[in-house]
Design a protein around this ligand. Structure first.
Ligand code: NI
Length: 192
């Protein structure tokens, strides 16, 4: 196990209200990607990997000292939810009945912070990045990770155009990541 000085990444998972597939629509996923771009502009944190699934989101981030992850998360989730729910209200969308709980408040996100774990080991970090990218494949939504437009898989594969930029803390390069992936595949006999 290799610990890296200063590596204190956070693996975040958060879900749509009642785990409904509220992100099931490509346009809404695109809109959430715009929210990621805006959060990156306005909030001090580094983005390492992400995937938007129909009913949940995974993100690996490196928080900035003194700036709580909860603030990054509310800056990311709240304005997006307000816009989407506002539009559903205008359209009198049927889904509103399914996301309105007691008290009449419509919610896009499942209340609470979701799942949040520290990642301090480099090997674990690389494993989790691969796990994040493989989510759509595991679910049968894509044949390979880079077929799914709503994750950082394309960026890691060197297809940077039209995708959210990802940070490379600790000098981690795409090449180095891909090299690790290649070696892993060789070990498992997947690459001939
Ligand atoms: Ni998942």
């Amino acid at each position: 196990m290799r610990r890296r000085e200063g590596l204190d990444a956070r693996f975040l998972t958060f879900s749509c209200y009642n785990r409904l597939p509220l992100l099931g629509n490509a346009r809404i996923r695109d809109q959430f990607v715009e929210a990621i771009v805006a959060a990156r502009r306005d909030q001090p944190f580094q983005l390492i990997a992400w995937v938007v699934m129909p009913e949940h989101v995974h993100m690996m981030i490196l928080p900035s000292p003194g700036h709580p992850v909860s603030r990054v998360m509310s800056a990311l989730k709240r304005p997006f939810a307000e816009v989407v729910v506002g539009r559903w209200r205008e359209l009198k969308a049927g889904v509103l009945h399914r996301i309105t709980g007691e008290g009449g408040r419509a919610r896009f996100w499942q209340p609470g912070g979701g799942f949040d774990r520290n990642v301090r080991d480099e090997a674990e970090l690389f494993r989790e990045i691969a796990y994040i990218h493989e989510n759509p494949v595991e679910r049968g939504l894509a044949e390979k990770a880079t077929d799914w437009a709503w994750s950082s898989a394309r960026w890691y594969a060197g297809q940077c155009e039209g995708t959210v930029g990802v940070d490379r803390p600790w000098g981690m390069t795409q090449d180095r990541f891909l090299e690790g992936e290649r070696r892993k595949a060789e070990r498992s006999g997947a690459l001939k």
